[in-house]
Design a protein around this ligand. Structure first.
Ligand code: C2E
Ligand code: MG
Ligand code: MG
Length: 502
């Protein structure tokens, strides 16, 4: 008890206390209470002022989102959680496209209202566990406890949400956004993560914005050159600069041709032939792959029909990107093109890389199910480079598995590579899949792969990718003679009648 209160207490209980004293005592008590109330009000006001000051340091006064320092601390916490094995982590940088002209044109009140709305939309998307920060100006950052594939889906949702109109000061405005993603730790250590996501976002902006991109080390190398390439790629389809080359797949035992894989080529007007290893990842990052992929599907079906007219019986395989797989109308488009050109679905193989096939998200599972229902063959490409789960592999409607070139080229180096290939072949056969080895360059590789039980082979030993016309000439024996001809006549024969005519 406070000393003054103790004094009053004893005064009240003293023998001399009378009712005359009571008034004095009560007056003193009231005074004490008022003083105490004033002190606590002052304390409350001080503490509110302090927390307002703290908030002003850690939170953005306009959007109420945490500022960069607070975000860095949250990032430290999230990285520590990730390091101790508790979940995944992705950092997304979001930049508004063309915010500056809007801000300058309509004034800062409108600009501010848009920024507040952007903050609210991002917070709603990140809830309940994500962290959203305003880094400054028109740049925001999100921390999401998601692996890369799911973070890409989140980025798509962000883009869709931010594209919705903004009602500000009686105006109905539209804005685009660019999103850069860096997943921890694959795409950046703790000190690099924010810078890398930001680099990815700026790369998207340079390429015209309105898309998301995952950080790639090449981005740090020459962002401007990439941006130029993307601009050119946007026009490549219209300018008919894209072309399909075809590389045969050979039956390992009979050496007969079973099919041909369509591989994209870009004849750039100034740079010459640009490899798909360069432009396909760019097309994926900048949202161009779906349109290009649609063209590949149509062109491959058209070519398959033309070959059929010429009497060439073989399957045609196309490569399908993960972005296409996640796109709603992939299977509808495939079916429409097959129908238009009179091709049976079993004749078309969709090669999907192992990394994409194993994503096992709701969206990819649904896409695989639709491919299965449509009767299309699925081939798992570059097998061995990802982290396969047997359970996922069993669920896929796959008919074929392609062993990555790296294992084939390692075959000469010894037992380990041989054991890996052998294990893959055995596992695939148990799951009822045909095994194709890609990148076969030497006869000794061919012999080893045949001995290990591979069903089909593909590689420069047999033929490099070539134009459709060259393939027909090669098949007819009018090529330049660099090819092993033992299997050539089979192009005109039904090599696996049951399969090909089914
Ligand atoms: P991929 O589907 O695994 O294709 C095999 C790649 O290995 C091709 O490279 C092919 O030319 C090359 N190759 C084949 N045999 C040999 C060999 O014996 N030795 C060596 N060193 N290489 C060989 P390419 O044509 O440059 O294609 C690279 C990748 O680009 C493809 O890998 C595929 O992932 C992607 N790609 C190509 N066309 C398309 C397409 O239409 N759509 C999509 N989404 N991706 C495509
Ligand atoms: Mg392929
Ligand atoms: Mg491959």
């Amino acid at each position: 008890m406070a000393p003054l209160a103790t004094d009053l207490f004893s005064l009240l209980h003293s023998d001399a206390s009378t009712w005359l004293l009571s008034a004095t005592v009560l007056g003193a008590l009231a005074q004490l209470w008022r003083a105490e109330r004033a002190r606590s009000q002052l304390r409350r006001r001080l503490s509110a002022a302090n927390s307002r000051l703290d908030q002003a340091h850690t939170h953005d006064s306009l959007t109420g989102l945490i500022l960069r320092d607070g975000f860095e601390s949250e990032l430290d916490r999230a990285v520590a959680a990730c390091d101790s094995g508790r979940g995944a982590l992705a950092l997304l940088c979001v930049g508004l496209d063309n915010f500056r002209p809007l801000n300058d044109g309509y004034g800062h009140r409108v600009g501010d209202a848009v920024l507040v709305e952007v903050g609210q939309r991002l917070s709603a998307l990140a809830a309940p566990h994500g962290v959203v920060s305003r880094l400054g100006g028109d740049e925001f950052a999100l921390l999401l406890a998601l692996p890369l594939a799911a973070a890409c889906e989140a980025a798509q949702q962000i883009l869709q949400s931010l594209q919705q109109p903004y009602a500000a000061e009686g105006l109905n405005l539209r804005l685009g956004a660019s999103v850069g993603i860096a997943a921890y730790p694959e795409q950046g250590s703790r000190p690099r993560l924010l810078a890398n996501a930001s680099m990815a976002m700026r790369t998207v902006k340079l390429g015209g914005g309105g898309a998301h991109a995952c950080y790639h080390p090449a981005m740090s190398v020459d962002v401007r050159e990439q941006a130029e390439l993307v601009q050119d790629l946007r026009q490549a389809l219209a300018r008919r600069e894209l072309q399909l080359y075809y590389q045969p797949k050979i039956d390992a035992r009979s050496l007969q041709v079973t099919g041909a894989e369509a591989l994209l080529r870009w004849q750039h007007p100034r740079r010459g032939m640009v490899s798909p290893a360069v432009f396909v990842p760019l097309a994926e990052r900048y949202g161009l792959i779906v349109e290009i992929g649609r063209w590949v599907i149509e062109e491959a079906c058209r070519q398959a029909a033309e070959w059929r007219e010429q009497g060439l019986r073989m399957r045609v395989a196309i490569n399908i990107s993960g972005h296409q797989l996640r796109h709603d109308d992939l299977v509808d488009h495939l079916q429409a093109m097959l129908e238009r050109h009179g091709i049976r679905p079993q004749r078309l193989t969709c090669e999907i890389t192992e990394t994409v096939a194993m994503e096992d998200t709701g969206v990819t599972r649904a896409a695989f199910e639709r491919l299965r229902q449509a009767g299309l063959r699925v081939s798992i490409d570059d097998f061995g480079t990802g982290h396969s789960s047997l359970a996922t592999l069993r669920r896929l409607p796959a008919a074929e598995l392609k062993i990555d070139r790296a294992f084939v080229s390692d075959l000469a180096s010894g037992e380990r590579a041989t054991t890996i290939v052998q294990t893959i072949v055995q596992m695939a056969h148990q799951l009822g899949l045909r095994v194709v080895a890609e990148g076969v360059e030497t006869t000794s590789q061919r012999d080893q792969l045949v001995a290990l039980g591979c069903d089909e082979l593909q590689g420069y030993l047999f033929a490099k990718p070539m134009t459709a016309v060259a393939l027909a000439l090669w098949a007819g024996g009018d090529d330049d003679g660099h090819v092993d001809r033992a299997f050539r006549p089979s192009l005109f024969d039904p090599t696996a009648p049951a399969e090909l005519s089914s």
